[in-house]
Design a protein around this ligand. Structure first.
Ligand SMILES: Cc1cc2nc3c(=O)[nH]c(=O)nc-3n(C[C@H](O)[C@H](O)[C@H](O)COP(=O)(O)OP(=O)(O)OC[C@H]3O[C@@H](n4cnc5c(N)ncnc54)[C@H](O)[C@@H]3O)c2cc1C
Length: 459
């Protein structure tokens, strides 16, 4: 394809969640868009992140149900995990969504360019030897799986999530370095597949960005599931052994397993792409932006994992839409990042929106909290899940934090999101009748209790 001679309204570098959302919204608003992608539209989320991990977790849930059918009076047993079958199921989901996304790119009349691009000036990107000029440029090159200094990823015994998603076997044992979202999701899925899993986390808790009460509930549930974890322990080295790897920690402890999954976070993809040369301000590889995702160079914006905001696909969508609407002159409001829902899709799930108790105390001074145990929720008992809903309220004010642990609570975060973002007070939610028997009742009952009119609460 030859490069257009007149500048496009928007040239986007990177077709992941952030880049393609901007492209779709901009074209919807009548802008002329060029989308440049070196691999596959959909990026990390569709091909190496959200979607494949959730497919593995669902396969794990099916395995657990087969293994544990007896507790529901159903005679089942797990004959085994066929990794080829699991991968075929996972890849089938990805490929269907990928086709759909490619169709949307075509239908929106976006100029799609395959190739590796580089920013060559505040208004141009070069790809395949051709220059694409835009009134605006959007940088959306995403992130990669990081490692630690001296810890080399070999792709077979020491792997990242990219490799872990394509394993052709179920390992007998695995060590997971990092107890954040990605580490806990793999620990959960692998345990369901029968892997002997140990998580090593340098901070004092699993999912350390969550409210401490949620971390503790997850830890209790993982203990029950016999998922091992070493908290507050720093990695010091790895050695190859005949059957796998041996990990040493700074506290002198050693662990052996068939493989090591390194899940210590993700770094921005920005090196060698011409950003600094074009005058874009950066910090440790991240592109710096204002609350409208605009860099210090007025024609250049950036979104998604490339900027130092929450590394979530839906944050990328939101930021991409924001940039498209700003460029189109719609005057969109900045994003309230505290109002973005966060979910760890392990078993049990951890979901939250708003502030943790510690953050809320810092921001609002005094706060009131209420914890509603899922033991009082009928649907949760039917599912045999444990956990809780914790609410944090600014005293005499709205609910500013909602934290949940339990099977399927990720689906409840949409209501919690409305409560936080519409600044609802406990009474507002308490007066809404929730359907029975659902897990959503736990949210309703928690607000009833916070409003001083508890229903199914002991003591
Ligand atoms: C294992 C895992 C599980 C996850 N699970 C979830 C989840 O459940 N929910 C959630 O919200 N988030 C999840 N995430 C995070 C989510 O995937 C990211 O936040 C999201 O993909 C970021 O979108 P992005 O557009 O910024 O970057 P990316 O999706 O990484 O897209 C960047 C794109 O840019 C392209 N690119 C890079 N450099 C160039 C170049 N020079 N020229 C052309 N193209 C280029 C890349 O090929 C890529 O397609 C997960 C991530 C991982 C790794």
């Amino acid at each position: 394809m030859s490069a257009p001679t007149s500048p496009a309204d928007l040239v986007i570098l990177g077709g992941g969640s952030g880049g393609y959302a901007a492209a779709f919204r901009a074209s919807e608003l009548g802008l002329d868009v060029v989308l440049i992608e070196k691999d596959k539209v959909g990026g990390t989320c569709l091909h190496r992140g959200c979607i494949p991990t959730k497919a593995l977790l669902h396969a794990g849930e099916v395995a657990d149900l087969a293994r544990e059918g007896e507790q529901f009076g159903v005679k089942t047993s797990l004959a085994g995990i066929d990794m080829d079958g699991v991968n075929a199921y996972k890849d089938g989901v990805i490929s269907k969504l990928y086709k759909g996304l490619q169709g949307l790119v075509k239908a929106r009349k976006i100029t799609y360019v395959e190739g590796e691009g580089r920013l060559t000036s505040p208004t141009t990107v070069e790809v395949n030897g051709q220059t694409y000029e835009g009134r605006h440029i959007l940088l959306a090159t995403g992130s990669y799986a990081r490692s630690l200094p001296g810890l080399e990823i070999d792709g077979s015994k020491v792997i990242t999530s990219d490799h872990a998603l394509n394993l052709d076997r179920v390992p007998a044992s695995a060590i997971i370095l990092g107890g954040g979202v990605i580490g806990c999701e793999f620990a959960s899925a692998w345990k369901s597949f029968g892997v002997d899993v140990t998580i090593i986390e340098a901070l004092p808790h699993l999912v350390p960005l969550e409210d401490e009460a949620s971390s503790k509930l997850l830890e209790r549930a993982f203990r029950r599931r016999k998922i091992g974890f070493e908290l507050g322990s720093r990695f010091s080295g790895v050695q190859n052994t005949e059957n796998g790897v041996k990990i040493s920690l700074e506290n002198g402890k050693e662990f052996e397993a068939e493989l090591l999954l390194v899940a210590v976070g993700r770094g921005p993809v920005s090196q060698g792409l011409g950003y600094e040369e074009a005058g874009v301000a950066m910090d440790r590889g991240y592109v710096l932006v204002d609350e409208y995702c605009q860099t210090n160079v007025p024609t250049v914006s950036a979104v998604g994992d490339l900027i130092p905001t929450l590394q979530l696909a839906h944050v990328g969508f939101g930021e991409g839409i924001l940039v498209a609407e700003r460029i189109a002159g719609l005057n969109p409001a900045p994003i309230d990042y505290a109002g973005v829902p966060r979910i760890t899709y392990s078993d049990p799930e951890v979901a939250s929106v708003g502030f943790t108790e510690a953050q809320a105390k810092e921001k609002f001074g005094e706060v009131k909290t209420l914890t509603y145990d899922l033991a009082g929720n009928g649907r949760s008992q039917i599912l045999k899940t444990t956990g809780a809903v914790k609410l944090i309220q600014a005293v005499d004010g709205p609910v500013v934090g909602i934290h949940m642990v339990g099977s399927r609570v990720g689906e409840l975060i949409a209501e919690a999101q409305l409560i936080y973002n519409w600044e609802a007070e406990a009474d507002d939610v308490a007066s809404l009748i929730h359907p029975h028997p659902t897990q959503s009742e736990a949210l309703g009952e928690a607000h009833m209790a916070l409003a001083g009119k508890p229903l199914h609460v002991h003591g």
